[in-house]
Design a protein around this ligand. Structure first.
Ligand code: DX5
Ligand code: ZN
Length: 217
């Protein structure tokens, strides 16, 4: 059964606590927090202050996805605000190893992220040190986009590498996830599914969380 990480990007910001409680009570293990800087991706979303505000109202794992240029400038702030996992894009820094090491040095879980156009080989040198790999299944920046099926083979490639090398990271998918697209990704080796619009643009978010779990039993 896949772990579910609802993305607050599609939640109701005015009633955020209500949405957080809904998905937590439905059994979501992670809460996915998309940080956008207006440079790495066009939009600006929210910063470490949101993580700090959310931390006391939930016991879900706070899974922070930094869509930020030179994320090493911000990783300490996010860990101090309460992030349990911090994800940094390999495309966003020439210093990916340093960025991941900084997260680990603060005792948070380190995640490396790859865009749809980036091959697994780009992150192979750092796989030994990560707790999670995020395979973007859409181009980052917006909720509500269509799942790119070509990304499935990268999930399978990472799953093979895990077995071959004895690595122990989670494989997360993000973008266009619904009760259909999650199935092949799960079969290929994905262990965590981010879902934004599928969960929150529905009258019954709790049922959507449950459905993602039901179809990956
Ligand atoms: C996109 C973000 C996602 C977004 C996913 O750049 O990283 O986390 O919230 O939204 P959906 O699930 O609607 O594709
Ligand atoms: Zn995300």
């Amino acid at each position: 059964m896949i772990k579910v990480a609802p993305s607050i990007l599609s939640a109701d910001y005015i009633n955020l606590q209500k949405d957080i409680e809904l998905v937590q009570n439905a059994g979501a293990e992670y809460l996915h927090i998309d940080v956008m800087d207006g440079m790495f991706v066009p939009a600006i979303s929210y910063g470490a202050g949101w993580v700090k505000a959310i931390k006391p109202v939930t016991n879900m794992v706070l899974d922070v996805h930094l869509m930020v240029e030179q994320p090493e400038r911000y990783v300490n702030d996010f860990v101090e605000a309460g992030a349990d996992i911090v994800g940094v894009h390999v495309e966003a820094t020439p210093h990916i190893h340093r960025a991941l090491q900084m997260i680990k040095d603060k005792d948070a879980k380190a995640e490396v992220v790859i865009n749809p156009g980036t091959p697994v080989s780009a992150i192979e040198p750092v796989l030994y040190m990560v707790d999670q790999v995020l395979v973007m299944t859409v181009n980052p920046g917006f909720g509500g986009q269509k799942f790119l099926p070509e990304t499935i083979k990268k999930i399978a490639e990472l799953d093979d590498l895990k077995k071959k090398m004895g690595y122990d990271f989670d494989i997360e998918i993000d973008g266009g996830v619904n009760d259909q697209t999650v199935v092949d990704a799960y079969k290929a080796g994905a262990t965590v599914a981010v879902a934004g619009s599928y969960v929150f643009n529905d009258a019954d978010p709790a049922q959507k969380v449950q459905l993602l779990k039901d179809v990956t039993k």
